[in-house]
Write a protein that binds this ligand. Structure first.
Ligand SMILES: [Zn+2]
Length: 298
């Protein structure tokens, strides 16, 4: 099946209207979820039951104790199952990078990704230190460079830092050279600051994700996958791409480092508490995205 061809067709068909909608999906004021990019499920084959049992699974991420959850007025989230030994997504060292917005799994888990890095609320570090809910951070150099240190305690909790460009542009409006500098310079800065090279890339607004030009630019800078999302957290509720407005196993959820100015007075920790409540009330737990992805063999 020519998945890339299908994806491109969808992208081109969506055209300028979708671009307009993208501009709000990961920008100032939220929104845009219903028109978020139509990312496809990763194509790599899910593991069969036999292979899944063949090797020892890793440990599930530790989660905070009941007292820690009570401190934040939350009920403990069900612990995530141990990560699969046979990863549903296997990345290759070279060639076209896959584009995905969810992960094939029957585990009742979703993955939280938090973008940009504008709000640097110490209370959020305290919250994640208490709760130990796994997140992945897609950071934009020009938005985080005034305080790279803020994200280091979050990284020390086991959370990965991923690439989200230097200036947060609409990538499809850039030349190939400009795309490359946006991705490569963020990659270099994040690698230098955090000691490990981002494996994943997310284009701002999801824009251009399925274009061959962006895929090539990503390949030239080091990330080995383009990651989109299925749900977008706003202030108290999520926007769903699915018509039934329900989480599905393996969904990737987009949130942002945002504070009261962007959240109509709500704080980052209030937004995150509401996000966890929305996940919990649908019977899901939170797993670490990178635990479901096999990095290329080194
Ligand atoms: Zn963004």
């Amino acid at each position: 099946m020519n998945r890339d061809g299908l994806s491109r067709t969808r992208t081109y068909a969506a055209g300028a209207l979708a671009l307009l909608a993208f501009a709000t999906a990961c920008g100032d004021n939220g929104g845009g979820g219903s028109a978020a990019p139509a990312g496809s499920t990763a194509t790599t084959a899910a593991s069969g039951p036999a292979s899944a049992a063949a090797t020892t699974p890793g440990a599930a991420p530790a989660q905070g104790d009941a007292a820690a959850w009570a401190k934040w007025n939350l009920k403990p989230l069900a612990p995530a199952p141990a990560p699969p030994a046979d990863k549903p997504i296997k990345l290759e060292r070279t060639g076209t990078v896959p584009v995905f917005s969810d992960v094939k799994t029957s585990d009742k888990v979703v993955f939280i990704t938090i973008d940009d890095g504008a709000e640097k609320d110490p209370k959020f570090v305290e919250m994640l230190t208490d709760l130990k809910v796994p997140i992945s951070m897609f950071l934009t150099k020009d938005i985080v460079k005034n305080d790279y240190g803020y994200f280091k305690p979050l990284q020390a909790l086991g959370n990965h830092i991923q690439n989200h460009t230097v200036t947060h542009p609409v990538m499809s409006k850039l030349s190939a050279d400009k795309q490359k500098s946006e991705i490569c310079e963020d990659q270099a800065a994040l690698t230098q600051q955090y000691g490990t090279a981002p494996l994943l890339f997310r284009p701002p607004f999801g824009d251009g994700a399925n274009t061959p030009m962006l895929n090539t630019s990503v390949q030239q800078c080091g990330p080995r996958a383009i990651v989109l999302w299925r749900e977008s957290m706003q202030i108290h509720d999520m926007q769903y791409q699915a018509a039934d407005k329900k989480l599905k196993p393996g969904d990737i959820v987009l949130a942002h480092f945002r504070g009261p100015k962007e959240l109509k007075g709500a704080t980052m920790t209030q937004m995150f508490a509401d996000l966890l409540a929305r996940i919990q009330e649908q019977g899901f737990s939170v797993a670490r995205l990178e635990d479901y992805i096999q990095a290329p063999a080194s």
